[in-house]
Design a binder for this molecule. Sequence first.
Ligand SMILES: [Zn+2]
Length: 204
Amino acid sequence: MSFVFVSGNPALDLVGTVGSRRDKPVDLLAAPADLEQWVRECDELPDRVTADAATFASALRLREALHQLALDRLECRPFTPAALDTVNSAAARPVPTVELGDAGVRLSGDLRSALAHVARSGIAVLADPDACLKECGRSGCTRLYLDRSRGARRTWCGMEGCGSRVKAAAYRARKQAAKQGLDPAATREPATRAPADREPGHPK
Ligand SMILES: [Zn+2]
């Protein structure tokens, strides 16, 4: 398994490890080994950490708390106190050590320190009034991401396929509507289809 990091922030990417396949939630962090791999693949975190059962459980609690706070932020309501406690106490721990060398930056630390970094990144985003936090525009995709595009016009999470799937579905709907003589506007937002997409002539 390989993870994707498309949210522009490790805390949002952690939240995105609960995904959906055909609109059914899928948890990509099913076991401690999955979390170890996620940390390894995340650029901002140490390469080698070990997840025991307790730290794994606290990582999942942190993920849920970050998700809750992000939803609070999206809904413009006060943060949920219990979620704040979870994120703040994770962030209070020591973060990974950073060393510069000829090969670049080397990060070292244990899983707790990695989670502390993730929590701090989450806090930085959630506290930033200028951070443009969004949910992916494809129905069925619940990924959150930071829109840093000019004019904040990004619509999709950046997950391979989200944009092209929406475009392909809209293209099919328009064709269908044209065939039946319907108004294309009435058939926008078609149901989510299985992956496989990329309409010829309609690249991402
Ligand atoms: Zn998406």
